[in-house]
Write a protein that binds this ligand. Structure first.
Ligand code: SAH
Ligand code: SF4
Length: 347
């Protein structure tokens, strides 16, 4: 008997998958078992009929490798059941919250010059089930309950989420459904390199993550060099589409800015960033470059970062994002299926 995977289907999808011979309430029951109860396998769902449990598989992701950082961060290499490819998922515990960083694609087609994932190119998009599956895995493995604990999801792992927006939104609907996984909508953030035509589409979605834009440069010319996608989607147009973005009352546009030593980290850059974002309800997250092999940039000194932050902060809320899991290649821009043997040679 062939087993079909179910992860990623909503109630309507499950009803269709089960077929007309199965009573409609079974789909709702199954949905609750998969997402709300987050069972590891259908065998655990003894309330469901045996034939149903035998006929279908959830399609959970298996752990291929797990790396634990000295700072408490864990990086998973998770295997996708359909073709055996792997993606990275990172969980970062803090005193009062957990942050789960999920991937949206295997690799990434956007060629940012400071990012290790870019070196992989794009292998394929993830399905909605594979995106939800990353979160379900982490919640099970770390005993997290998004209904009672403060848990955030950031779609900032491998890949460009807005090039896979349909699946990102399908996954978001399940993650934020109170009958589903149960994350409050505000706890989700999606980060984009600036795929302009997809931004209004995201804004139109009823349930959607907070939008973060990877700015990373203070002029068009500089951004073209660091993020060649700017040649297609110009910085000025990106800021225009941001201006028109339908923010919810509580929402800010988040701008991420990777600081590269002697490239985009001067006081003049900081002042230009302030001017670029002047008319937006914005917050800025600074990230000092996390270095990697093949990345031709350096990390600025803490003093330089501090000076940059002080200038921006005078006008716009501006935070410094501390790197997590640097020792296990789990930090921003470092996700590239780094294996244990590679780690040893790098150290
Ligand atoms: N593709 C999306 C989301 C994943 S990248 C995007 O680019 O927004 C998540 C963040 O990590 C982005 O803001 C990106 O600019 C940043 N980043 C990429 N490489 C980095 C590196 N080497 N050091 C620090 N941050 C990096
Ligand atoms: Fe892709 Fe984001 Fe890395 Fe750019 S920074 S290559 S968009 S993952």
């Amino acid at each position: 008997m062939t087993q079909q995977t179910l992860l990623g289907l909503d109630v309507a999808g499950l009803r269709e998958r089960l077929g007309p011979g199965v009573p409609a309430y079974r789909a709702r029951q199954l949905y609750g078992e998969m997402y709300r109860r987050n069972v590891a396998a259908l065998d655990e769902s003894t309330a469901l009929p045996k034939e149903l449990r035998q006929q279908y598989q959830l399609g959970h992701l298996d752990v291929e490798q797990r790396f634990d950082s000295v700072d408490g961060t864990t990086r998973y290499l998770l295997k996708l059941p359909s073709d055996g490819r792997t993606v990275e998922t990172v969980v970062m515990p803090a005193d009062d919250r957990h942050t789960i960083c999920v991937s949206s694609q295997v690799g990434c087609p956007v060629n940012c010059q400071f990012c290790l994932t870019a070196l992989m190119g794009l292998e394929r998009n993830l399905t909605a089930g594979e995106i939800v599956g990353q979160v379900l895995h982490v919640c099970r493995a770390h005993s997290l309950d998004p209904r009672t604990q403060h848990c955030n999801i950031v779609m900032m792992g491998m890949g460009e989420p807005l090039l896979n927006l349909d699946n990102v939104l399908k996954a978001t609907a399940i993650l934020c459904d109170d009958n589903g996984v149960g994350f409050p909508q505000r706890r989700l953030t999606v980060s984009t390199s600036g795929i302009i035509p997809k931004i209004p589409e995201l804004g139109a979605a009823e349930v959607r993550p907070t939008l973060a834009i990877s700015l990373n440069a203070s002029t068009e010319e500089q951004r073209r060099e660091l993020m060649p996608i700017t040649r297609k989607y110009h910085l000025a147009d990106l800021l225009e589409v941001c201006k028109a973005y339908p923010l919810r009352r509580w929402e800010y546009l988040m701008f991420e800015y990777v600081l590269l030593k002697d490239v985009n980290d001067t006081d003049a850059d900081a002042r230009r960033v302030v001017r670029l974002l002047a008319n937006l309800k914005a917050k800025v997250n600074l990230i000092a470059l996390n270095p990697g092999p093949g990345i031709p940039y350096g990390t600025p000194t803490p003093e330089r970062v501090d000076s940059f932050q002080k200038i921006v902060m005078k006008s716009i809320p501006c935070y410094l994002r501390r790197p997590r899991g640097l020792d296990i290649y789990a930090a921003c821009g470092q996700l590239k299926k780094m294996q244990t043997q590679d780690l040893v040679t790098l150290q």
